[in-house]
Design a protein around this ligand. Structure first.
Ligand code: ATP
Length: 327
């Protein structure tokens, strides 16, 4: 029936992101409503290789829309990066009679999915699930909005301490190789600066950062540092500041995995729900090897190759806004 899709497999892979559960729920219920059976694959591609699979009913995804993490677990699986690993994964596909795969994750997950679809005759649909928001072709990824709110909340708390002491607080923020979380959390948290990989000279960014806060007679500065803006992250930036400006005392806070957790925001739940339903529709329409994304609040289908390989740039006006507002 329906482009010969009788059974789909769904997995979450790579770093977990809040809203993945909402996406699993949406995919499951949208599929079942079309008469398609759903097999949940545990632990990402590892579970596909090992055959760790459970068929889901509508009830299996009850009460999960508000939960962070992923109920079907995630994993990083190097074996799937080998032809032998993918061959084993395909054996599972055949054994379980899975007709199409929905993969929820970031660019690594999509890279693996795309390769798998090229080597074997299996349609793959990607749902962007990563806090990093670094996939081209979608305005937002599932988990990004929640993570942004979490980081902003942490900054608000730090601000209380920062204003009580004359210090430079350096806060290390995740994001892989993209500065979206760092830049936008800096705007939302009213920070003095953001140090991001998209801007060339970390030294110059530091001078701007320190200059901004001190020059304008602020008694404290909060500067966000993207984890990969410089090797060693915020700790390296702290050393660089204290070397050039020994008069400033620095404190480093690494937010770490706190940034991934928590109940998804309404935005992420709605996004995950819409993208999940659209993924099933795309399969019924005969689509394959595409990411379901959102642009200007409309659902879009983007070839996986583009989502992975094209570079998504930070918004220049956001960068300018941060500079203008941090005086
Ligand atoms: P996040 O952005 O949150 O880190 P991600 O999906 O990019 O998520 P990765 O760890 O990069 O996370 O990738 C997830 C999984 O995808 C890997 O563990 C691996 O199983 C598979 N994968 C990644 N790259 C490849 C590749 N080149 N070939 C085959 N599989 C891959």
């Amino acid at each position: 029936m329906n482009n010969h899709i009788n059974i789909i497999g769904v997995l979450t892979s790579g770093g977990d992101a809040p809203g993945m559960n909402a996406a699993i729920r949406a995919v499951t219920r949208a599929a079942i409503s079309q008469g398609i059976r759903v097999k949940a694959i545990y632990r990402g591609y590892k579970g596909l290789i090992d055959g760790e699979i459970k068929e889901f009913s509508s009830q299996d995804v009850s009460g999960i829309i508000q939960r962070g993490g992923t109920i079907i677990k995630s994993a990083r699986c190097t074996e799937f990066q080998t032809p032998e690993g993918r061959r084993k994964a395909y054996q599972t596909i055949l054994k379980e009679q899975i007709d199409a795969l929905i993969v929820i994750g970031g660019d690594g997950t999509f890279t693996g999915g795309r390769l798998f679809a090229q080597e074997y005759d299996i349609p793959v649909i990607g749902l962007p699930g990563t806090i990093d928001n670094d996939l081209w072709g979608t305005d937002a990824t599932i988990g990004y909005d929640t993570s942004l709110s979490t980081i902003t909340e942490c900054i608000d708390k730090l601000r209380d301490t920062a204003t009580s002491h004359e210090r430079v607080f350096l806060v290390e923020v995740m994001g892989r190789y993209a500065g979206f979380l760092t830049l936008n959390a800096a705007i939302a948290g009213g920070c003095e600066a953001a140090i991001i990989p998209e801007r060339a000279s970390v030294k110059e960014q530091i001078e701007d950062a320190i200059g901004n806060g001190r020059r304008k007679s602020k008694n404290s500065s909060i500067v966000l540092v993207q984890e990969h803006a410089v090797e060693g992250g915020a700790a390296t930036v702290a050393q660089m500041i204290e070397k050039v400006h020994p008069e400033y005392s620095t404190r480093v806070t690494v937010l770490g995995h706190l940034q991934r957790g928590g109940s998804p925001t309404a935005y992420d739940r709605i996004l995950a729900s819409r993208l999940g339903v659209a993924a099933i529709q795309a399969l019924l329409d005969g689509q394959r090897n595409v990411m379901i994304g959102i642009q200007n609040d409309d659902i879009v289908l983007v070839p996986l190759s583009k989502a992975i390989h094209q570079k998504k740039d930070i918004k220049e006006d956001s960068w300018e806004a941060l500079q203008t507002l941090s005086i």
